[in-house]
Design a protein around this ligand. Structure first.
Ligand code: PEP
Ligand code: MN
Length: 365
């Protein structure tokens, strides 16, 4: 795929690219006051939700098209670019009519291929950048599918926004980062700008700096942050919105690490990692060989492949051992699950092959 870079004259290319503004456009005054504060803080792209996707009816669902007039005023009076979320063909028609500069597709929409296709079709022939938020569920192919639908409709200026994934465990995050997913997206689409939305990810004001720093350290291009002139009175997502002064502080406190040169000492360390990875692969292949031997043993003794108790013991034992070696128990569990599933696959191959061969006698091992 050949994407075009998103070109916004007057917007610095240096990291972080910042998109900021309220979760929802509530009143003309709230939109203009917030926008003017942000413009004074040096922000160049203003966001505000005009239509709000709500999980349940009854919440504030956005003021709809009249708010597009307010965004037009923001453009005229502050010189900022403006962006809003679209979820239907009608939204697209409206934002194009009002001269909104860029669009974003929300997490609930990205998860729905019918809606994405409808928006992509409505955008045929329009020359406007589209930012695609990750889908609510951690399914990377849905995110990729949305990129393909827009691309096939002729949208070539595409950006990505990582806002985290819903999970039943909301103890820390409103939406779990699952950083490996955007990292894989960056690997597959290296030319697409990646932004982080720490507001929806953390769900709390005091998490914004930490998450923004993590995104910058992963070399994201920018941030989309919810800013409101009176966060405590916001009509939606008030726990996570901050003032423009708080935004200034966040941006000021961020450490941007931009050096890309590889020094000799880094090269030496990377050589060590390469050697260790090769060693890991050699050990894994040895482990698989032993697994296959066990597969033969189980076959010869009429034992089933899966021995739940043994597997459970391995998980518990290795994860506490891993923790003693300063790794997260959760990581060790996930790693062992992957190794175990490959072992099982290899033992199944042993069983399958045995069907085609004469039975080995137990004394053969
Ligand atoms: C938003 O940006 O206000 C929003 C609704 O976000 P998300 O789609 O990430 O939930
Ligand atoms: Mn919001």
């Amino acid at each position: 795929m050949k994407f075009e870079s998103i070109f916004l004259p007057g917007v610095d290319v240096k990291r972080p690219l910042v998109i900021a503004g309220p979760c929802s456009a509530e009143t003309e005054e709230q939109v203009l006051v917030t926008a003017k504060q942000l413009a004074a803080a040096g922000v160049k792209i203003f966001r505000a939700g005009v239509w709000k996707p709500r999980t349940k009816p009854g919440g504030f669902e956005g003021v709809g098209s009249p708010a597009l007039e307010w965004l037009k005023r923001v453009k005229l009076e502050t010189d900022m670019y403006v962006t809003t979320e679209v979820a239907t063909e009608k939204h697209v028609d409206e934002v194009l009519k009002y001269g909104v500069d860029l669009l974003w597709v929300g997490a609930r929409t990205t998860a729905n291929p019918f809606a994405v296709q409808e928006i992509a079709d409505a955008l045929k022939g329009a020359d406007i950048p589209v930012f695609i938020k990750n889908p609510v569920n951690p399914d990377i192919e849905l995110w990729v599918g949305a990129i393909e639908r827009f691309y096939n409709a002729g949208v070539k200026q595409i950006g990505l926004i990582h806002r985290g994934f819903s999970s039943s465990n909301m103890a820390i995050y409103r939406n779990m980062p699952q950083w490996h997913i955007p990292i894989e997206m960056k690997r597959r689409f290296p030319s697409l700008p990646m932004l982080c939305d720490p507001s929806h990810m953390g769900g709390q004001r005091d998490m914004i700096l930490k998450l923004s720093q993590q995104a910058m350290d992963l070399n994201y291009l920018g941030l989309m942050i919810e800013v409101h002139c009176c966060p405590d009175e916001a009509w939606s997502d008030k726990e996570q919105q901050i003032t423009s002064d708080a935004l200034k502080k966040v941006l000021n406190d961020l450490v941007i690490r931009d050096t890309m040169q590889t020094t000799e000492s880094l090269a030496t360390l990377r050589d060590q990692i390469d050697d260790l990875d090769n060693e890991l692969l050699r050990l894994l292949s040895k482990r698989m060989r032993v697994s296959r031997e066990i597969g033969h043993y189980k076959l010869d003794h009429g034992m089933p492949i899966l021995q739940t108790q043994r597997y459970d013991h391995i998980l518990t034992d290795r994860s506490s051992h891993g923790e003693r070696l300063d790794m997260s128990g959760d990581f060790i569990k996930r790693m062992l699950e992957a190794i175990h599933s490959e072992s099982i696959r290899q033992q199944m191959v042993v069983m399958e092959e045995a069907k085609e061969r004469p039975k080995r006698s137990p004394s053969n091992g």
